[in-house]
Design a protein around this ligand. Structure first.
Ligand code: NAD
Length: 354
């Protein structure tokens, strides 16, 4: 079991990064653990996602661009991490179709800068210290491109990214693996399926649908709604990243998913049921949310199906997802109703970037 005490998280003000930092600083665990969150606070990064936070005295924040080699190198030299969890990215496929350049900047050049800074840092450490370093690079199932049923993608399968988002994530993954092979960098690449949970930017499918439902506005469904996705609760993803950090083997790749696949139409249907139930429980007038679902033109290059095989992480690292999809959707709807201030901040930020 690897002891990670000084952890640098990039992208820690985003959806997954903030959940991960909350998990890392959870009271009663890892009392010696220190976390530095390096994040540019783009439209998707909210300081409200990590404030207030438990373990404040073990937490630091630095606003910086991951593509700024000098800033990243200085942050690493000052903080002296033993572990790097790299999550900072441009993450929204639709935005990558409209404006791919920002994705190349952050996902490709940003990862290149993080790798260069991390390697330089390693090379300056004594051997016993550098042996303890680990970088975990958080990637996506989308790099494999569409997978026809009943097939699944396995670790090591060839890449076939369709969108500028997945192409830039693929480039970043290749850079990480090139650093492993060429410079002996101790790194692990993870591929996760679609995440959902609290504090997800309300431009993504599930939180967008919730906002539209509460505002009684049309809920957009792309094309025929038959695109198949696996849904992983963000807390299950964070547990998996912790398992990878503590017990994963450097140089390996791990898939992370819930093996709970649904078409987008089913996902929206299940969500509508949970929204109706939550509103009814709050005493709201009974209305059928599913009537708001409206088909819109499909996303260009929209992959029909992703399906990761996750046997390796379950078997080798003894991890498995715990949160069922319907239960998870219900808790996300509840979280939304109980956290209007976070939503207001996220919507205000989004409106400025439209
Ligand atoms: P997100 O968009 O919610 O958050 C991204 C964070 O990165 C934000 O806080 C943003 O401010 C920060 N950031 C963006 N550009 C930056 C830059 N140049 N320098 C520093 N910080 C910058 O994304 P997310 O959904 O939390 O995803 C996190 C990671 O997980 C990404 O690498 C993504 O590719 C990967 N991933 C996400 C999913 C998912 O379903 N959300 C699934 C698999 C993998």
């Amino acid at each position: 079991r690897r002891q990670s005490e000084r952890i640098l998280v990039t992208g820690g003000c985003g959806f997954i990064g903030s959940a991960l930092i909350r998990r890392l600083l959870r009271p009663g665990e890892g009392a010696a653990r220190q976390v530095l969150n390096l994040d540019l606070l783009t439209y998707a990064g909210l300081i409200e996602s990590v404030t207030p936070i438990d373990g404040q005295e073990r937490y630091q924040f630095l606003r910086a661009d991951v593509a700024d080699l000098v800033a990243v190198s200085n942050a690493i030299a000052r903080f002296r991490p033993d572990t790097l969890l790299h999550l900072a990215a441009e993450s929204h496929v639709d935005r990558s179709i409209m404006a791919p350049q920002a994705f190349v900047h952050t996902n490709v050049l940003g990862t290149a800068a993080v790798l260069a800074a991390w390697r330089d840092y390693r090379d300056r450490l004594a051997a016993d210290e550098s042996d303890r370093l680990l970088m975990v690079h958080v990637s996506t199932d989308e790099v494999y491109g569409p997978i026809a049923a009943p097939k699944e993608s396995h670790e090591g399968d060839p890449y076939a990214p369709s969108s500028p988002y997945s192409a830039t994530k693929a480039a970043a993954d290749h850079l990480v693996r090139a650093y492993q092979t060429t410079y002996g960098l101790q790194a692990i690449v993870t591929h996760a399926t679609n995440n959902y949970g609290p504090r997800q930017c309300p431009e993504k499918l599930i939180p967008l649908a919730i906002e539209r439902a509460l505002a009684r506005q049309p809920i957009p469904l792309y094309g025929d709604g038959q695109q198949v996705r696996d849904w992983l609760h963000v807390d299950d993803h964070c547990e998996a990243l912790l398992a990878v950090t503590e017990r994963g083997v450097a140089g390996e790749t791990y898939h992370i998913g819930a093996a709970d696949r649904h078409t987008n139409a089913e996902t929206i249907e299940l969500l509508c049921e949970q929204i109706d139930a939550a509103l009814a429980a709050n005493g709201a007038e009974a209305i059928s949310t599913r009537q708001l679902v409206t088909r819109v033109a499909d996303r260009p290059g929209h992959d029909r199906r992703y399906a990761l095989n996750t046997d390796k992480i379950c078997r080798e690292l003894n991890w498995s997802p715990r949160i069922g999809f319907e239960q998870g959707l219900a808790s996300v709807v509840r979280w939304r109703l109980e956290n209007p201030a976070w939503i207001a901040a996220a919507l205000e930020r989004l409106a400025r970037y439209r």
